[in-house]
Design a protein around this ligand. Structure first.
Ligand SMILES: Cc1ncc(COP(=O)(O)O)c(C=O)c1O
Length: 455
C-alpha cells in the first residue's frame, strides 16, 4: 500500500516499531491511529467510532479520558513532578498509595514495592523469590513454575515465565530455570466424561509430577493469574486453586498471584485472589491500579518475604534493586485518585451488578452457529469459536476464523481481542448496560458476516 506522503500513516510506517504486530504486514497495512477517547469508546483519525470491549489492553478501567485525573496529574506535576525512592528518599503520593494497597490487599501484606509495568512487577517478584530463598539458606531453590499459555509480561524473565511459545520464538527464551505446567483450559482439554473437579485434580497431579521431576528442593515459586487473560480469558476450573495450593504448601513453594489484569474488580471481587480463595505470598498489580492513565505497578509482599529482605540488609547492606521511575509521584497521585474513584462508584458492587449483564448478553451468542462455548465472570469473558461446539470440534486453523471475526468486528465499530479462535472481552468497568447491549449487537453482526463468508 502507498500512503499519502507525510500522512500520519506514512509517518508511522517510516518511524515506529509496533509491539505484538506482524512488522512485514504493518508495512503494507499501516496503523489504526486512535485520536480520542470518551468513556468506553475511542475514535480514529477518520472519525470512526469504536466500542473498546477490552479496555485497550485490559487496563483502561475508567474509560479513555478523564478531566479529574488530568487535574490531579497537573497539580502533582506543578508541585513535585519527580522524585525517587532510592537511598531513603520518599514522596507523599507513593507513601499514601502503598498504605492504601496494604489496606485493601486480599490477604495480610507487609509492604509494597513499586515499578512502572506489569512485566517489571513480575520480574521483581522473581528476584524477590530468589532473594528470599537465599536469605533463608536454601539457595538451590531457583526454578520458577508457571503455566503453559500464561502471560506475565515481556522482560527477559517475565516472558520466560509466560507460557506462550510465539513469545519465545526467535528470542532464544525461555531461560532454563523457568518451567511450565499444564494449561487448565477445561473446555478444550478435558477428557470425555471428566468433570471440572476431576480435571482440576489432574492439573494438580501434573504440577506435583513436575515438582517431583525437577526436585522440590530446587523450586522457588509458582506464578499464576487468577483468570488467565492473554491465554484467552480462561477461568480456573472448579476446585483448581484449592488443589494447586495444597501441592504448593506440601513442598513449601511460594505462590505469586499475578493480579495485573484481575485486580480491581475485574472478576467481581476487588481481587481475583478473593474470587478464587488464593493466598499468595506476593501479589503483582498494574493496569487498573492507575486505570492505565499513567504507568505504575506494585508488588505486595507478605511478612515472611519482608522479614527475609530485612535479614538480607543485615548481611549485604542495601536492597540493591530499583527503577528510576518506580513510585513516580505523578503516577502514584493519579493511582491514588483512581482508588478514590473506585471507592466512590463502589467498583466491586458495580462489577457484581453489571458483570452478570455482560455475561448474559454475550452468553446469548452461545446459540450462534460459530460459537462453541462462552465462559466468564464479572467483567471478563472468553468466547470459543468452534466448527461444532457440541462435539468440541475446532475450525481448521487455516480458515483463521478468529482473525476474520476480529476484522468484521472492526468494520462494525467494535474492538475485541482475539487469541486464536477465542474472543476475549474485558470492557472498561464504567461501561453501562446499554453499551453492553451494543457490544452484543455489533458482535452478532460480525459473527453473521463471517458465517456468510465461510458458507
Ligand atoms: C497477567 C499479566 N501480567 C503481566 C502483564 C505485563 O504487563 P505490562 O504490559 O504492563 O508489562 C500483562 C500484560 O498484559 C498481563 O496481562
Amino acid at each position: 500500500m502507498t500512503y499519502i506522503p507525510n500522512s500520519i500513516e506514512a509517518r508511522d510506517v517510516a518511524s515506529l516499531v509496533h509491539m505484538q504486530t506482524n512488522l512485514r504486514k504493518h508495512q503494507q497495512e499501516g496503523p489504526l491511529v486512535i485520536v480520542r477517547g470518551d468513556g468506553c469508546r475511542v475514535y480514529d483519525n477518520s472519525g470512526h467510532e469504536y466500542i473498546e470491549s477490552v479496555a485497550g489492553l485490559w487496563c483502561a478501567s475508567l474509560g479513555f479520558s478523564s478531566e479529574r485525573l488530568a487535574k490531579i496529574a497537573y497539580e502533582q506535576m506543578r508541585n513535585l513532578g519527580y522524585y525517587h525512592l532510592y537511598r531513603h528518599r520518599s514522596s507523599e503520593s507513593a507513601i499514601a498509595l502503598a498504605e492504601q494497597l496494604v489496606k485493601i490487599a486480599p490477604v495480610p501484606m507487609a509492604r509494597v514495592i513499586f515499578q512502572c509495568s506489569g512485566s517489571e512487577a513480575n520480574d521483581t517478584a522473581i528476584k524477590l523469590a530468589w532473594y528470599y530463598w537465599n536469605a533463608v539458606g536454601q539457595p538451590r531453590r531457583t526454578k520458577i513454575i508457571a503455566r503453559q499459555m500464561a502471560y506475565h509480561g515481556n522482560t527477559c524473565a517475565a516472558v520466560s515465565l509466560s507460557g506462550k511459545p510465539d513469545m519465545h520464538a526467535g528470542f532464544g527464551l525461555p531461560f532454563a530455570n523457568f518451567k511450565h505446567t499444564e494449561f487448565p483450559h477445561y473446555y478444550r482439554r478435558h477428557q470425555p466424561g471428566e468433570t471440572e473437579m476431576e480435571f482440576s485434580a489432574r492439573m494438580a497431579e501434573a504440577l506435583e509430577a513436575l515438582i517431583q521431576a525437577e526436585g522440590p528442593e530446587t523450586i522457588a515459586a509458582f506464578f499464576a493469574e487468577p483468570v488467565m487473560g492473554a491465554g484467552g480469558a480462561i477461568l480456573p476450573p472448579k476446585g483448581y486453586f484449592e488443589k494447586i495450593q495444597q501441592v504448593l504448601r506440601k513442598y513449601d513453594i511460594l505462590f505469586v498471584a499475578d493480579e495485573v489484569i484481575c485486580g480491581f474488580a475485574r472478576t467481581g471481587e476487588m481481587w481475583g485472589c478473593q474470587t478464587f480463595g488464593i493466598q499468595p505470598d506476593m501479589l503483582t498489580s498494574a493496569k487498573a491500579l492507575s486505570a492505565a492513565m499513567l504507568p505504575i505497578s506494585a508488588v505486595l509482599i507478605n511478612e515472611r518475604i519482608h522479614e527475609a529482605m530485612l535479614a538480607q540488609s543485615d548481611k549485604y547492606g542495601n536492597f540493591a534493586h530499583g527503577f528510576t521511575y518506580a513510585g513516580h509521584p505523578v503516577a502514584a497521585a493519579v493511582a491514588l485518585e483512581v482508588q478514590k474513584i473506585y471507592a466512590e462508584i463502589d467498583i466491586v458492587s458495580r462489577a457484581k451488578r453489571l458483570g452478570p449483564v455482560l455475561q448474559s448478553t454475550l452468553g446469548r451468542l452461545r446459540a450462534h452457529p460459530l460459537v462453541g462455548d462462552v465462559r466468564g465472570m464479572g467483567f471478563i469473558l472468553g468466547m470459543e469459536l468452534m466448527r461444532d461446539g457440541e462435539k468440541c470440534i475446532p475450525f481448521d486453523s487455516d480458515l483463521k476464523v478468529g482473525t476474520r471475526v476480529d476484522a468484521a468486528a472492526m468494520r462494525h465499530g467494535l474492538i475485541i481481542r482475539v487469541v486464536g479462535d477465542r474472543l476475549v472481552f474485558a470492557p472498561p468497568l464504567v461501561i453501562e448496560s446499554h453499551e453492553i447491549d451494543e457490544i452484543g449487537q455489533r458482535l452478532e453482526r460480525a459473527l453473521d458476516d463471517v458465517a456468510r463468508e465461510l458458507k
